[in-house]
Write a protein that binds this ligand. Structure first.
Ligand code: GCB
Length: 603
């Protein structure tokens, strides 16, 4: 009997593990280094607010929903939808900014793209989505490939056995309805842009291919690269070669039966930094596969209240950025969008950006690598997600996982952030510690942070004592003295008490100003008010001994449904230093002068 129970338990365990594995297909890293065919462009779309293409009239999953792409076979056939006669939307792109009728739309839109494909021997094919906000159900030729939850991270499905030479139809149901148990939850201060917001690609790989690799300097070292490579499809062990020709590196490792091999070797490297954003050409190859990458190598650590880049203390002259294209409107999706935003950040004097409040497009981190801009990367665990809900935790952890999987070889990314402004409680601490531990297990090299809150110990003392601080390497803190918290002059009398001997980044401060709205510095919404607020804030922050960086809120005005004030906000958060049309406000120059001063001081 005991043996039977044991066998049953083992069987159940295998089932659970198998179903978990199914939930999260292996994610291919570094799509730019592969042979791809993009499926961008015009897609046929159907707006389906009642999810008629998914549920039947008893609200049961439909077996012949829109994913079948049915066509009448005779004039008497009843089919109430037709992708090919429906309207089109651009991919990549959110739907809200493409069609005025969809500006406030939250619900389902079905997308369809047809393509032909020439099959090749010993070649596998995947469909890779940069992101879909928020819930995506994906079908090829009427068969379900799977579902992905989370609006800002990549996912892929293998389609080798389903794809055919002619007339494939890829159909994606994208649903951006907000949910209390989702990540983010119902309540955010940004626009819920829905759609296939990032590139869609077909990725061709050999039978056994290089699925992923981690090649970074070992923690604490500037001359030893440590990491691993992972093959997919390998039967038995295989030899993998890692080459960095410019550094005279050519190393071979042999994978285990699971296709995994640790990598570790010494190298003399010209280290990556904002002043010297050196990227090396790296080649990872096997007898049948080869992937090229450009990787920078740098170390990042803390010592007491210092942040050390390549062993030297640094100050992070930063700015927060939302993933929006102010000039075009809507979600940023192109390399040009990313370049524009990062160029503006550089013009401000920044060496650091906080990519708020979710993982941005990979263009951002690739360009940050090239342009020498350090990055704070975060997941949308924002305000009040359901701390007690195990599914919410799994979802957040999965988003963190996909973000780290995608960007772990980017030198620019120095900080993973697990949350923004989350209210202190036991359940929240357990949740966030779980994320911190998970991030450390995936990437032992980077620093962990979160944007926390502070409170008043007495009317003149701001206190940072969030218990999460114990588990972080760097403390992030948002504060709105002069905007939600008194008037700008209040900053002059405040002192800061920080209960941790760790570096501090003020991860947000700021206030709204409508570009071109002028008046006395005491008048809200004027550029003068915002400028005055920055002056008082900067004077206050300079006095905090453990301050090692700041990312004021925010580079550009951005859309938010929480901001209705007519003629001032008009559904924009106006805390940008640059307007929604690209105009610099006065406070832009205040911060620019401050950063120029820091650069002169050698910070
Ligand atoms: C915050 C949030 C940010 C908001 C900002 C504001 O604390 O982290 O997402 O947009 O304040 O403008 O109120």
């Amino acid at each position: 009997m005991m043996i039977k129970v044991g066998a049953l338990l083992t069987f159940l365990l295998i089932l659970v593990t198998a179903s978990q594995a199914q939930q999260r297909p292996a994610l291919i890293t570094n799509i730019e280094g592969r042979h791809t065919m993009d499926l961008n462009g015009r897609w046929q779309t159907i707006i389906d607010q009642y999810e008629t293409g998914y549920y039947d009239y008893r609200y049961q999953s439909s077996t012949d929903g829109y994913f079948k792409n049915a066509k009448p076979k005779s004039p008497s056939d009843l089919i109430e939808y037709d992708f090919d006669a429906s309207e089109q939307l651009n991919v990549p792109g959110d739907w809200n900014s493409q069609d005025q009728r969809l500006l406030f739309y939250e619900g389902t839109v079905w997308y369809k793209k047809s393509f032909d494909y020439q099959k090749k021997d010993r070649t596998r094919l995947f469909v890779y989505f940069g992101a879909a906000n928020y819930l995506a159900d994906v079908y090829l030729n009427g068969q379900k490939l799977g579902r992905h939850e989370g609006g800002f991270t990549p996912f892929n499905f293998e389609i080798t056995n389903l794809v055919r030479e002619k007339d494939n139809f890829l159909i994606v149901k994208v649903d951006n309805k907000r949910r209390r148990d989702a990540v983010p939850t119902l309540n955010t201060d940004w626009w819920n842009y829905g759609g296939l917001t990032r590139d869609v690609n077909l990725v061709e790989v050999p039978d056994t291919f290089i699925e992923d690799y981690f090649l970074q300097l070992k923690k604490g070292s500037t001359n030893e690269i440590a990491g691993w490579v992972k093959l997919n499809g390998a039967a038995g062990s295989k030899v993998v070669t890692v080459e960095i020709p410019e550094a005279n590196v050519k190393q071979t490792v042999t994978t285990d039966a699971n296709g995994y091999a640790p990598v570790s070797f010494k190298a003399r490297l010209n280290l990556w930094s904002p002043e010297n954003p050196k990227l090396y050409s790296v080649k990872v190859s096997t007898d049948v596969d080869s992937v090229g990458d450009r990787i920078g190598f740098r170390s990042i650590e803390t010592r007491g209240t210092d942040i050390l880049l390549n062993g030297k203390p640094i100050f992070l002259r930063g700015i927060c950025i939302h993933e929006e294209s102010p000039l075009r409107g809507g979600r940023a999706f192109s390399k040009d969008d990313a370049r524009m935003l990062l160029t503006w950040a550089k013009e401000l004097g920044s060496n650091f950006v906080r990519l708020a409040h979710y993982p941005h497009n990979e263009h951002m981190t690739r360009l940050a690598d090239e342009m020498g801009i350090m990055v704070w990367s975060e997941i949308p665990v924002y305000w009040t997600v359901l701390w007690d809900n195990p599914d919410t935790f799994v979802n957040a952890k999965n988003q963190l996982d996909e973000n780290i999987t995608r960007d772990k070889n980017k030198a620019s990314v120095i900080l993973w952030s697990v949350a923004n402004e989350t209210p202190v409680s036991e359940a929240r601490l357990k949740f966030l510690r779980g994320l911190v531990d998970h991030a450390r297990s995936l990437d032992p090299t980077r620093l962990l942070t979160a944007a926390n809150e502070r409170h008043y110990a007495d009317p003149n003392t701001q206190l940072i004592d969030d218990p999460l601080g114990e588990y972080l390497d760097v403390l992030g803190c948002n504060e709105y003295v002069g905007w939600y918290d008194g008037l700008p002059e209040k900053a002059d009398r405040l002192q800061w008490k920080i209960n941790y001997n760790k570096p501090l980044i003020i991860s947000e401060f700021g206030g709204d100003a409508l570009f071109g709205n002028h008046g006395d510095k005491g008048v809200r919404w004027t550029e003068e008010y915002q400028k005055n607020l920055y002056e008082h804030q900067l004077a206050m922050l300079k006095k905090i001994p453990s301050l090692r960086g700041m990312t004021p809120w925010i580079l550009t005005d951005f859309r938010s449904p929480r901001r209705p004030l007519p003629r001032i906000q008009d559904f924009y958060n106006r805390k940008g230093l640059i307007s929604s049309r690209g105009e610099r406000k006065q406070a832009f120059y205040t911060l620019q002068n401050f950063y120029r001063g820091l650069i002169k001081e050698g910070k």
